[in-house]
Design a binder for this molecule. Structure first.
Ligand code: BGC
Length: 401
């Protein structure tokens, strides 16, 4: 317990409720409590955080914001512009965060030069997870690196009586799969133009039509019960060997690990077809809201300091499936998927193929993201909708305000 102050309470809004996520969240709670503060849990279930963000809006509007909330990317700026976020620059300055974080990450955490949020990790989104034994049984000896190889492997799994792709039919999961296809089929420059710069000619191109067609083809390899399924239940299908593959960010690894499975042995991680030399990043962070009372403000700063500490960054990320966002960390306790992620993060940052995930709130304003996500889901769910129709709708959604 810190001798400097009597403990305060921090109410923390997050959506970490699956097995692996809850273990990671517990690490944060412990770290805060070790400082003598109280953790008030405000968990809103729902992968990807759409429900959590809806609840957050109503709490802030009614003047009852939590002290800290899991908010990411451009949304941090959106909240800061409303004037509701707290300035935690004194903690950041004392601890030298500018030197501990990659510059691009620090910029996202600041509003008008002051820190208003603290980052916990880096998730890579463009992964596929596979059950080793199931693939072996189906005669798939090499993880698919291209889309033709992927569909050939999926056909082999189908023949072997296994569901080729475990999918949860929720719009954020549809969008997560879509962005992997966009990166793999279109390449990094296409991804940047279409999904970050929202360039109309690229959104309305033959390449985009090919992306949409490839994306929709995957649906034929999912099962009939996918609609509404939570992402971690889809991961369980791969863990249990009912399904071969899942397209998902590396929070899925947290589920495999929580189930006692070993990477490289029981399960495989590989970059989505065509994306080995690129990286879609998703950085979880906690934005701090203005609170009343010195004890609460201090507890909030304790949370920020805990988040950036070396031991938290290690323990949390070992459970979460992500890698530390703090620079210079020793990764010797991390597995090969994490090591690959860290290596690629650096290499792709240098080569310009490190891109923000649109499906996970890193790339565009939330209103545009929501509108585009809706179109992509509608296309997935509507067999009468052509790729051309979807493309026109997607391009128009990209103009939403
Ligand atoms: C978050 C992860 C979380 C995942 C599933 C993502 O948007 O960044 O931390 O595990 O959603 O809930």
């Amino acid at each position: 317990m810190s001798a400097a102050h009597a403990g305060g309470e921090v109410e923390v809004l997050h959506w970490w409720t699956s097995g692996g996520e809850a273990k990671a969240a517990a690490a944060l709670k412990e770290k805060l409590q070790a400082k003598g503060d109280t953790w008030k849990d405000f968990a809103v279930a729902g992968g990807g955080g759409d429900s959590a963000m809806t609840v957050l809006k109503s709490r802030v509007v009614s003047g009852n914001a939590p002290a800290a909330a899991q908010i990411k990317g451009p949304s941090i700026q959106e909240w800061a512009r409303e004037g509701v976020l707290a300035n935690i620059d004194d903690v950041a300055k004392t601890e030298g965060w500018d030197k501990l974080l990659p510059g691009v990450v620090a910029d996202v955490m600041k509003y008008k030069g002051n820190y208003v949020a603290a980052p916990v990790n880096v998730h890579r989104v463009n992964w596929v997870w596979a059950n080793s034994e199931v693939l072996k049984k189906a005669g798939v000896s090499k993880m698919p690196a291209t889309w033709p190889e992927f569909f050939a492997a999926a056909d082999a799994l189908k023949k072997a009586g296994v569901i080729p792709v475990a999918h949860g039919g929720q719009s954020w999961q549809d969008f997560t799969t879509f962005e992997a296809v966009a990166l793999g089929v279109g390449g990094t420059e296409f991804y940047k133009k279409a999904l970050i710069k929202l360039d109309q000619p690229t959104l309305n191109s033959a390449k985009m039509e090919e992306v949409l067609t490839t994306y929709k083809k995957i649906k034929g390899y999912t099962d009939k019960n996918a609609a509404g399924r939570d992402w971690n239940l889809a991961t369980s299908m791969v863990i249990r060997g009912e399904a071969g593959f899942q397209f998902m960010g590396d929070w899925a690894k947290g589920e495999f690990l929580a189930a006692g499975k070993a990477p490289g042995k029981d399960f495989q991680c590989f970059a989505a077809p065509g994306t080995a030399a690129a990286y879609t990043f998703n950085i979880d962070s906690f934005a701090m809201f203005k609170v009343k009372g010195a004890d609460k403000a201090q507890a909030q700063k304790d949370l920020a300091s805990a988040i950036m500490s070396v031991d938290f960054q290690e323990l949390f990320n070992l459970n979460k499936g992500s890698i530390p966002v703090r620079l210079g960390m020793d990764l010797s306790k991390f597995d090969d998927c994490a090591k690959q992620s860290a290596k690629d993060f650096q290499a792709d940052a240098k080569s310009g193929s490190l891109v923000p995930s649109i499906a996970h709130g890193m790339a565009v304003p939330s209103a545009i993201q929501g509108a585009m996500q809706d179109v992509v889901s509608q296309f997935w769910n509507t067999d009468s909708m052509t790729a051309k129709d979807a493309m026109a709708k997607l391009a128009s959604a990209a103009k939403s305000k």
